[in-house]
Design a protein around this ligand. Structure first.
Ligand code: UT7
Length: 348
């Protein structure tokens, strides 16, 4: 079996900064509420007409590839994690392949929301370990701003999420003891609808079938009316407190699972890079694991929750800050919509 290392990591965030006070121009919220409940001070929103999930992913990919010392022709496979793709289909992977003028390599899109990047790492790791590929480009990118509603009715969602992208080049490593030690993936669909964007989707037909306001058609049609769109039916929905309660259980669980699988304990961790869901969640996990402040990386204050992009953006910033060094034990962990959650333990 081969080993997989992260040969290069990079990120890109749009230049438009929106502070909490900026958001309070559009909805009833406050800097105090947002900071107290989430730790977020500001977030980035992509250029509305110029930037997409793919274009941001490409910018992050270029940095990761340069740092890995590889060119587009070295990439054997593309994995793109996002919940906010440019199109409903096809996925962003092929768009990245086209725009970066890459060879006709395989492109896989992953739809695992906040844990998408860690799932993508795991998939890439299997392909490299078995010898099928040598260099895999893994991207996590999100343009949340395109689908968010900046009215008070959606304030629990729209103050949290931000745009951005992160990417990594995963590469076959010959060095014993280096690279991804293990990955751990989980799901529980029992609460699938409580953090979700329900439309458009095949479920819409079923849900609207018994609603007299929407005339039945014999075949086809989304059954979406203007009224329904205006009522917010096609907006992201989140029951925050339920997500919070599950997250604070599953984060430590999946981190401990990764540590135990490799005969480590929390005190061996050099840096924990958790998905940036909420600063309160990260602080709770830190406390539970007994980790010092400098062992947990947080940047949600600057970017909000960027879903599939949050782990690679944080890892890239941590690397740039010199907090990820050769030989360090790095733990990545994520939890989100689905619910899905995952961890990866890496010897850098
Ligand atoms: O990435 C993974 C997915 N997401 C998460 O991990 C998020 C997990 N959940 C959370 O982070 C928190 O639940 C939130 C930050 C989303 C919400 O914080 P909370 O402390 O759980 O607040 P809440 O939803 O229980 O709402 C408390 C109050 C409500 O008012 P009433 O009913 O008590 O009068 C809300 O309407 O806060 C109100 N509220 C707001 N007020 C000002 C909700 N959003 C806002 C807002 N500004 N943006």
């Amino acid at each position: 079996m081969y080993r997989t290392k992260i040969a290069g990591i990079g990120h890109y965030v749009p230049k438009n900064v929106y502070t909490n006070n900026d958001l309070s121009r559009f909805m009833e919220t406050s800097d105090e509420w947002i900071q107290e409940r989430t730790g977020i001070k500001e977030r980035r929103f992509a250029e509305r007409f110029e930037e997409t999930t793919t274009t941001m992913g490409i910018e992050a990919a270029k940095v990761a590839m340069e740092r890995a010392g590889v060119t587009k022709d070295d990439i054997d496979f593309i994995i793109f994690a996002t919940l906010s793709p440019d199109y409903y289909f096809p996925g962003c992977g092929v768009l990245l392949q086209r725009e970066m003028k890459m060879k006709e390599v395989g492109a896989l899109d992953i739809r695992n929301q906040c844990s998408g990047f860690v799932y993508a790492l795991s998939v890439a790791d299997q392909f490299i370990k078995t010898g099928m590929y040598k260099n895999i480009l893994v991207v996590g990118s999100e343009k949340h701003s395109f689908a968010m509603d900046f009215e008070t009715r959606s304030r629990n969602v729209s103050v949290i999420f931000g745009d951005g992208a992160g990417a990594a080049v995963l590469q076959r490593s010959e060095k014993e003891g280096q690279g991804i030690l293990s990955t751990h993936l989980h799901s529980d669909g029992a609460d699938a609808e409580i953090l979700a964007m329900h439309y458009p989707g095949a479920h819409a037909n079923k849900w609207l079938k018994d609603k007299p306001a929407f005339p039945e058609k014999e075949l086809g049609g989304l059954f979406m009316t203007t009224e329904q769109l205006e009522s917010g039916a096609a907006l992201p929905y989140m029951d925050g407190p339920v997500v919070f309660k599950k997250a604070v259980v599953k984060f430590p669980e999946v981190i401990n699972e990764a540590l135990a699988a490799n005969d480590y304990t929390a005190k061996d961790i050099d840096l924990l890079v958790p998905h940036q869901a909420n600063l309160r969640i990260s602080q709770y996990v830190q406390q539970l694991l007994g980790l010092a402040d400098d062992k947990v990386f947080n940047n949600i204050q600057k970017y909000g929750n960027t879903t599939a992009a949050s782990v690679p953006i944080a890892l890239s910033e941590a690397w740039e800050a010199g907090k990820v060094k050769d030989g360090d034990l790095i733990c990545l962990a994520a939890f989100g919509s689905g619910f899905t959650w995952a961890s990866a333990l890496i010897k850098w």
